[in-house]
Ligand binder design. Structure first.
Ligand code: ASP
Length: 297
């Protein structure tokens, strides 16, 4: 491997919640595939931004996760997705909310960041932007899997989670964060969660590190969960301390909270914390020959 100024770090999560036993392997394997995709980019000297986008695209393509194809259905039986991405070098943000008919919301979020003067585009406007930018618009039903259709028909909530997120630290010391989700099951049409909101669902700043959160968006946004972890990093906390402190604030202020987060500090440390039963994660750190994955931290 080439000599690095900065350690390389790639970490992904597959959503805070309860992963049913029959989906344990899919969740862990999916996280490993995604982290490997991002890691390959970092190893070649690619950017953190490219790495998090690539990792999240893998998770969006994987029907095991609540993002892209396989997103949960809203109360009308439709898929509406949110995604956000942030470049820690520039603090530029791109996000999309309540969008339909796009297989890779994370890439559309990145395009919002790079090809518009805005940071968040929602619903039809975001879809028109996607079409104008040459994204293929697919019939929304192509995003609906049998598993999610069955869940909708039986109205089985309770398997919250499966949202995805990724963080990376590249050879040049840049960090990036990305999130993608179908949101929460049986949400009202038009509902937007924390995932596309900087400070709630994600944050990245080269000076300190990067954060991606997951769980009930209505809980996460009330305390600005991602920002809480960033603040802890600024105060000198390690990534794990920052994750723990942010989660402690959430649990103190929102007692029934269901959430989790992954954190990366600029020294290359990682943190994982959750107050749900499960938070599938995988990470790959400089010097390691393979990724490390787990269902629970
Ligand atoms: N945070 C997502 C939302 O509320 C859901 C999740 O992470 O499971 O839309």
């Amino acid at each position: 491997m080439q000599s690095t100024d900065s350690p390389l770090v790639m970490i992904v999560h597959g959503g805070a919640g309860n992963v049913w036993p029959q989906y344990h392997t899919a969740a862990v394997d999916g996280c490993e595939n995604a982290v490997s995709a991002g890691w390959q980019i970092l190893q070649r000297g690619g950017t953190a931004l490219d790495a998090v986008e690539a990792a999240v695209r893998v998770l969006e393509d994987d029907e095991a996760f609540n993002a892209g194809i396989g997103s949960v259905l809203n109360a009308q039986g439709e898929v509406e997705m949110d995604a956000g991405i942030m470049d820690g070098a520039t603090l530029h943000i791109g996000a999309v909310a309540a969008i339909r008919g796009v297989a890779h919301p994370i890439s559309l979020a990145r395009r919002v960041m790079e090809a518009s003067v805005h940071h968040i585009l929602a619903a039809e406007g975001a879809e028109r932007f996607a079409a104008a930018q040459g994204f293929t618009i697919i019939p929304n039903r192509q995003l609906i899997t049998d598993r999610r259709r069955r869940q909708y028909e039986k109205r089985v909530a309770g398997q919250e989670g499966d949202t995805v997120g990724a963080l990376a630290l590249d050879i040049a010391g840049n960090v990036a964060a990305a999130n993608s989700t179908g949101g929460v099951f049986y949400k009202l049409a038009g509902r937007v969660g924390d995932s596309p909101l900087a400070g709630a669902g994600f944050y990245a700043d080269n000076r300190w590190g990067a954060v991606a959160t997951t769980g009930q968006g209505e809980h996460i946004m009330r305390v600005g969960l991602a920002w809480r972890a960033m603040q802890a990093l600024e105060e000198g906390a390690t990534a794990q301390e920052a994750a723990d402190r942010a989660l402690a604030v959430l649990q103190e202020r929102v007692p029934d909270a269901r959430a989790g987060l992954i954190v990366l500090d600029r020294a290359g440390g990682i943190g994982i914390a959750h107050c749900t039963r499960d938070l599938p994660t995988a990470y790959w750190l400089s010097g390691a020959g393979r990724p490390v994955s787990a269902l629970r931290a």
